[in-house]
Design a protein around this ligand. Structure first.
Ligand code: ADP
Length: 431
């Protein structure tokens, strides 16, 4: 039996289930990102803006005051510790708050302030005195919906009469119930039921429609169609906003299908580079040999912090057990853990409680632990058929140019993997 999964670069990989290879689950990754986030993610790129009406003036703001928000909302923003709009918010907020409302498609890497931006838009357009759903936000999973709801609650702390309700499976509301909460956050399937089957939400009264994490959304069977069916029933004056961390063609097609006459904002990600990384390989006979090679460098890797990557869960577990038995203090991060457990392991590692983290591809991307100085590929990242997985290699080892401290990378290579390593060397033109 095998499962088709998406690689980091978007290509499809068929994984046999007994491989125990950890697959990248977009929604889980996204949640993990939110749980471990500590601050805004920066990019040195300029925000690209494509206006639906290129002749209209383009506003950007440097302060939240310029937005003329309700007093209680501004208070909420400052209470969250925000001093000024993030890079994407500088451009997005004036568009999102404009009169008449404008539609927007915005793409930027996770952590750049998209959620905060649309929560602000929802809260500023809500009328607290009207007791029916006015803002509708679609999220790919239950957990992500709750995360967004938390932001609404924090930012709306002083908007006392504004309330949130979750349209998620398990929240059973009898047909025809009169919902008095103004902001509904939910997953597409349940929202669809609430609108059409249970008649809980009158879509013609929605003023702001948000589609969050569009890239994760289209990855889930049926969610694009559910979302489109919901969108079709919205009034034409409803503001429609779509957000995505990545922008492959498939996301773009979906965005254009669901957001009429949009402005488009993009902020490119800080590129990863191998420039500041010294890369080595150690030629080994077999797994035990690789382990010995790892032990030989162990003394030096624990000077800083190290991440060791394995290709399968089994290998990662084996390595962890070996190391613990040899008296080393290491922790294991793999896909068997819940997202909350992963977050807590990453947090401990960040706090320096463990010096060495052993992991599979679950955390190849997204987790930036700035103090990591050494990365070990205990197994080389390969796709099916031994083709090297360049993208994953870069994600494991690369750093963003701007914050790139010097780093070291070791590849433990079995003789038969040498050709793959040489391909990686040629690909990145780095010895
Ligand atoms: P995204 O939705 O793009 O992943 P978020 O809106 O969740 O980004 O923001 C990422 C992190 O930065 C969150 O912890 C959030 O509280 C914080 N944040 C968002 N906007 C600002 C801001 N203007 N100033 C400071 N921190 C911010």
């Amino acid at each position: 039996k095998s499962t088709a999964v998406r690689n980091i670069d978007g290509s499809i990989n068929n994984i046999k289930e007994d491989d125990e290879e950890d697959v990248v689950d977009l929604a889980a990754n996204s949640l993990l990102n939110k749980l471990i986030r500590q601050s805004l993610v920066e990019s040195s790129h300029r925000v690209e803006v494509l206006q639906k009406d290129p002749s209209s003036p383009l506003y950007s703001v440097k302060t939240f005051e310029e937005l003329r928000l309700k007093e209680e909302l501004l208070k909420g923003i400052y209470a969250m510790g925000f001093n000024r709009p993030s890079k994407i918010q500088e451009m997005a907020l004036p568009m999102m708050l404009a009169h008449p409302p404008q539609n927007l498609i915005a793409q930027s890497q996770s952590g750049t302030g998209k959620t905060a931006a649309f929560v602000l838009a929802m809260l500023s357009r809500v009328n607290a005195l009207e007791l029916f759903p006015q803002c509708l936000c679609l999220a790919p999973t239950y957990e992500l919906a709750l995360q967004t709801g938390r932001v609404v609650e924090q930012m709306g702390k002083f908007c006392v009469d504004v309330q949130v309700m979750y349209a998620i499976r398990g929240n059973r509301i009898p047909r025809g119930t009169d919902i008095t909460k103004q902001i509904i956050i939910g997953t597409p399937g349940t929202v669809l039921d609430w609108c059409f089957k249970l008649k809980l939400i009158d879509l013609t009264k929605i003023r702001v429609f948000v589609l969050d994490e569009a890239d994760v959304m289209i990855d889930t069977q049926g969610f694009s169609d559910h979302s489109v069916r919901i969108q079709r029933a919205l009034p034409s004056e409803c503001q429609m906003l779509l957000f995505s961390a990545t922008f492959e063609d498939s996301v773009w097609h979906f965005a254009e299908r669901i957001i009429p006459d949009p402005n488009v904002i993009k902020l490119r990600k800080e590129e990863l580079t191998l420039n500041n990384i010294r890369q080595y390989y150690v030629l080994c006979e077999h797994r035990k040999d690789k382990y010995q090679a790892l032990c030989n460098i162990y003394g030096s890797i624990t000077i800083g912090q190290a991440i060791i990557f394995c290709q399968t869960r089994q290998n990662a577990k084996w390595l962890t057990v070996e190391m613990i038995q040899d008296g080393h203090q290491v922790s294991l991060l793999s896909g068997e853990l819940t997202v909350e457990q992963r977050a807590s392991i990453i947090q401990r590692f960040r706090d320096g409680k463990e010096k060495v983290l052993i992991t599979t591809n679950v955390c190849a991307r997204g987790i930036d632990v700035k103090q990591v100085t050494i990365v070990v590929n205990f197994d080389l990242p390969v796709k099916q058929g031994e083709e090297p997985d360049y993208e994953t290699y870069l994600h494991r080892i690369g750093r963003t140019g701007r914050f790139g401290k010097k780093g070291l990378a070791f590849n433990m290579i079995e003789v038969d993997k040498l050709p793959s390593l040489m391909k990686i060397q040629d690909h990145f033109r780095k010895s």
